[in-house]
Design a protein around this ligand. Structure first.
Ligand code: ADP
Length: 199
């Protein structure tokens, strides 16, 4: 790195000469430094020092992660199911947020744990109230697409103070739910980054 910093652009051959090593011995090391982003190689010119610090390279890496790399399978309920059945679904599927769809399987709402708790503390008959009475509804749903950057979605989760958002696909009639992105997915991405184990 110091040689490239001082003498770049410099060929692999010249670096090897300065270190009294063969080009072949040096090749794997140069490949690692290039892949990690510390050096850049240009054909017929040689190696440059990119000037990027470790944290800049980490930031570059984070900004390449897409929603599709970490999204989970969505759990959806029909808008006509009862609050009672939605609570049962939330337990059985072991999720914190349910997405609500209409008869055409298009997104119409979101149900959080607290939405269901709020509906449960009154005197209502939970088996007869449909979820579409208590859900957060369109057009107030925060959603994302599979090609969105994960970091931008994380910022929106924070800004909107929500735990999850549906990953959607736009169709002529509305939005189809194709995935789910939650704070848990963000935690998994964070751990993978620390382990240098990105998908
Ligand atoms: P909880 O209410 O269990 O703490 P959230 O913080 O995710 O869970 O939800 C807070 C409120 O925001 C709820 O009323 C919920 O319906 C709504 N909400 C959750 N996710 C979304 C979303 N993606 N778009 C719009 N509203 C949402």
């Amino acid at each position: 790195m110091q040689i490239v910093k001082d003498h770049g652009p410099i060929t692999g051959e010249s670096i090897a000469e300065k270190l009294n090593l063969t080009r072949a011995t040096l090749r794997p090391d140069l490949a690692i430094l290039t892949m990690a982003g510390y050096l850049e190689a240009r054909p017929r010119v040689g190696y440059f020092y990119t000037g990027k610090t470790g944290s800049q390279l980490l930031a570059d890496k984070i900004k390449k992660i897409k929603v599709a790399d970490y999204q989970s399978i969505p759990v959806v309920v029909n808008e006509n199911v009862s609050v009672y059945d939605a609570i049962v679904t939330m337990f059985l599927e072991d999720v914190g947020t349910l997405f609500v769809v209409d008869d055409d399987s298009l997104l119409v709402g979101v149900l959080s744990r607290k939405d269901l708790l709020r509906a449960s503390i009154g005197k209502q008959e939970l088996r007869s109230i449909p979820v579409n009475i208590i859900m957060t509804r369109m057009p107030n749903i925060t959603m994302c697409y599979k090609d969105d950057l994960l970091i931008e979605v994380a910022e929106r989760l924070i800004e909107k103070q929500i735990d999850a958002m549906p990953v959607v696909k736009k169709t002529e009639k509305g939005y189809e739910v194709v995935g789910r992105i939650t704070k848990t997915n963000m935690t998994k991405a964070f751990v993978a980054l620390a382990k240098d184990d990105l998908i």
